[in-house]
Design a protein around this ligand. Structure first.
Ligand SMILES: *Cc1c(COP(=O)(O)O)cnc(C)c1O
Length: 354
C-alpha cells in the first residue's frame, strides 16, 4: 500500500513525476540513452535546463523582469554563505525565525556585520515577529518565508528598501506572493520542488556585482548565471525531476491553483487541531504555515496508541522535529487532501477511544 507521506523533506512528489523520472533514468525520450549518462552539454540536456529555468520564472511571474533562475548545488545551506558573499559589503539584516535563519546568520557573520533585526527565539520560534524597526543602510534583509521546523510562515513580507533575500525552501511554489519584491530567492529542491541534490536560486540581476571583495567561483551567482547553471556539471537527475514537477504544477493551473488546494488542506488540518481537545497547535494562529502544521498531543498516556493507529493507517513522517517535539504534518503541493483526511480521521478516532 502506498503510504500517506507527511515527511518534511525529502518529501512527497506526484506519482506521475516519479514514474516519468524513473523511465528517463532507463531511457530519455527514445534516445537510446539514459538521462544520467548523457552529456550535460548535449542539446537534450541543455533543453531540459532551459525548460526548468523558464518554468521556474514563469510560475513565479518573473519572466521579463530582469531575473535569472539557476539550478545549483550545495543545498539551501550553501546559499547561506553564497548570498552573503554576493551581497554583503557593509552590513546585512536578518530576521531570526528559527533553526534555518539561525544557521543563515551564523554563516553571514563569517563575512561581515550582521544585525539581527527581529527574533522570536524568546518563545521557541512559535511566531513571526512583526512591526520591528529595520535600520537603514543594510545591504540586504534576509528572511525565511516558511519555518519548516516550527511551522510558522510570513503572511506579509516585511516592508524594506533593502534588497530582500529569502530562503523559501519549504514554501516555494506553494502560494502567490509578489515575487518581484525579492532580490534573491532560494530553495533547496527537496521540500516542494523535486528530489534532493539541487537548489533553485532566483536572482534579480541588478543586485549582483556590487561588492568589492572577490567571490569564490562556485559561490558567485554572476558566474553561474552567465554559464546558464552549467559552470560545472549540474545534478542532471535532480534538475530533470524538478522540471517534471514544475510542468505538473503548470498543468494544474500554476501557483494560483495549488494555493487553493494548499489552503483547503491547511484548513482541514488546523480545524481538527483546534477542535480536538487532545491536541494543541504549536504555532501562533495568525502565523500558521500552510506547509508544515506543528502540534502536540496533550495526553501523554495516549502517545503509543496514537502512534500505533497512525502507523496502521499508513501515515508516514508525522513525528515533530526534536526542537519542537510532538507532531508535524508537512502538506507540500503533491500531498492529496485525502492524506490529510486520513490523519484527521485517526485524530478523531483517538478522541473517541480516550
Ligand atoms: C531544509 C531547509 C534548509 C536546508 O536545506 P538543504 O538543502 O538541506 O541545505 C534550509 N532552509 C529551510 C527553510 C529548510 O526547510
Amino acid at each position: 500500500m502506498k503510504k500517506h507521506n507527511f515527511s518534511a523533506g525529502p518529501c512527497i512528489l506526484p506519482q506521475e513525476v516519479m514514474q516519468k523520472a524513473a523511465e528517463a533514468v532507463v531511457e530519455l525520450d527514445n534516445s537510446g540513452l539514459s538521462l544520467i549518462e548523457i552529456s550535460h552539454r548535449s542539446p537534450a540536456f541543455i533543453d531540459i535546463m532551459d525548460r526548468a529555468t523558464s518554468l521556474a520564472l514563469e510560475l513565479l511571474g518573473l519572466e521579463g523582469k530582469g531575473y535569472k533562475a539557476m539550478f545549483l548545488q550545495g543545498g539551501a545551506s550553501l546559499q547561506f554563505i553564497a548570498t552573503a558573499y554576493n551581497l554583503l559589503e557593509n552590513k546585512a539584516g536578518y530576521c531570526n525565525t528559527g533553526t534555518w535563519s539561525t544557521k543563515a546568520i551564523k554563516e553571514a557573520k563569517l563575512l561581515g556585520e550582521v544585525v539581527e533585526v527581529s527574533s522570536s527565539k524568546d518563545a521557541n520560534f512559535n511566531y513571526i515577529p512583526k512591526g520591528f524597526d529595520i535600520p537603514t543602510g543594510l545591504d540586504y534583509l534576509h528572511i525565511t518565508t516558511n519555518n519548516t521546523i516550527f511551522g510558522t510562515q510570513y503572511k506579509a513580507l516585511p516592508e524594506t528598501d533593502a534588497v530582500l533575500v529569502a530562503d523559501s525552501s519549504s514554501d516555494i511554489f506553494s502560494r502567490q506572493l509578489d515575487f518581484s519584491k525579492f532580490g534573491i530567492l532560494y530553495a533547496g529542491a527537496q521540500k516542494n520542488m523535486g528530489p534532493a541534490g539541487t537548489t533553485l536560486v532566483v536572482v534579480k540581476e541588478e543586485v549582483l556585482g556590487k561588492v568589492s571583495h572577490q567571490i569564490p567561483s562556485m559561490l558567485d551567482y554572476k558566474i553561474h548565471a552567465d554559464k546558464e547553471s552549467m559552470f560545472n556539471t549540474p545534478p542532471v537527475f535532480a534538475v530533470y525531476t524538478s522540471m517534471l514537477n514544475l510542468e505538473w504544477l503548470k498543468n494544474k493551473g500554476g501557483i494560483a491553483a495549488i494555493e487553493k488546494e494548499n489552503e483547503a488542506k491547511a484548513a482541514l488540518m488546523y480545524g481538527e487541531i483546534d477542535r480536538n481537545p487532545l491536541f494543541d497547535g504549536f504555532a501562533a494562529k495568525e502565523d500558521r504555515s500552510t506547509m508544515n502544521a506543528t502540534f502536540t498531543l496533550n495526553t501523554p498516556e495516549l502517545k503509543d496508541t496514537f502512534e500505533a493507529m497512525a502507523k496502521e493507517a499508513g501515515l508516514n513522517g508525522i513525528n515533530g522535529h526534536r526542537s519542537v517535539g510532538g507532531y508535524r504534518a508537512s502538506m507540500y503541493n503533491a500531498l492529496p487532501i485525502a492524506s490529510v483526511q486520513a490523519l484527521v480521521d485517526v485524530m478523531k478516532t483517538l478522541e473517541q477511544k480516550a
